[in-house]
Design a protein around this ligand. Structure first.
Ligand code: 6PG
Length: 251
């Protein structure tokens, strides 16, 4: 049993290099998963950061290196809006990637953000159970972003979903947004074979430094609770986001 650190942090010089590294890692994971199980099951991140990765994966330099017929796409979270809404994570991923690669429509498993949140969460849970079978879903790869308040997916500080220990997906009321969000829960995130956080920009430097500090008595940042029990945790960050990081020796 190697005493590998709880996570690997890879610093890239800029966003382009970071997205290229993420694309290469995803392609490697996809080939391994397809080789082992005949399929690659990935949960996409929402927000703005991953859009550049999705656009890169859709280019002729990367798209042909993935057997899209074997890829199944889910989301880590979704806003409670219709799929064609500007805020929809599904819409962002569809426009930047899924509409541009030959992935079978049946392999795209979106949250029904247009429905009543509790009903949409129940439907998503049923879909996960039908797809993965009983027990906790184990994604081959989960992509995540990091909010400046330390949230990830739609696991926001001081919200109910942080305490979910059984259900794989819930409708989470987020007071600061005055809205529900649909989100995978920590049990599922921590069941993944690999989790990759994508963090870029100076505005994330403070929270990244806080989240990656070893022990701390400060606020409990939800992203700190993402620790795959039988999987790899990789932080891909650009230099702009590392100004508050302690040197490796200090970790
Ligand atoms: C969402 C995401 C959310 C996001 C962070 C970072 O639906 O918004 O799931 O967790 O990853 O808020 O967002 P940016 O990438 O836009 O900074």
């Amino acid at each position: 049993m190697t005493n590998r650190p709880a996570h690997d942090v890879v610093v890239l010089p800029n966003v382009v290099a970071l997205m290229e590294a993420a694309a290469e890692r995803l392609i490697t994971r996809a080939a391994a998963a397809i080789g082992t199980s005949g399929r690659f099951i990935v949960a996409l991140a929402g927000g703005s950061t991953p859009k550049a990765l999705y656009e890169l994966l859709a280019t002729p330099r990367y798209a042909p290196r993935i057997d899209w017929s074997r890829v199944h796409v889910f989301w880590g979270d979704e806003r409670c809006v219709p799929p064609d809404h500007p805020d929809s994570n599904f819409r962002m991923a569809s426009e930047s990637l899924l509409a541009r690669v030959p992935i079978p429509p049946a392999n795209v498993h979106r949250f029904r953000g247009e429905d009543d949140p509790a009903r949409a969460a129940a439907a998503a849970e049923q879909e996960l159970r039908e797809f993965f079978g009983t027990g906790l879903p184990r994604f081959d790869l989960v992509l995540l972003g990091l909010g400046t308040d330390g949230h990830t997916a739609s696991l926001f500080p001081n919200t109910e979903a942080l305490r979910e220990t059984v259900r794989p997906v819930v409708a989470n009321w987020v007071p600061k947004l005055n809205a529900h969000r649909l989100t995978l829960t920590f049990p599922v995130l921590n069941q993944a074979a690999e989790v990759i956080f994508l963090v870029t920009g100076t505005e994330k430097a403070r929270v990244l430094g806080e989240v990656l500090r070893p022990a701390q008595d400060g606020p409990a940042y939800p992203a700190r609770s993402v620790r795959p029990t039988h999987g790899r945790l990789l932080w891909l960050v650009d230099e702009a986001a590392t100004s508050e990081l302690q040197p490796a020796g200090g970790q």
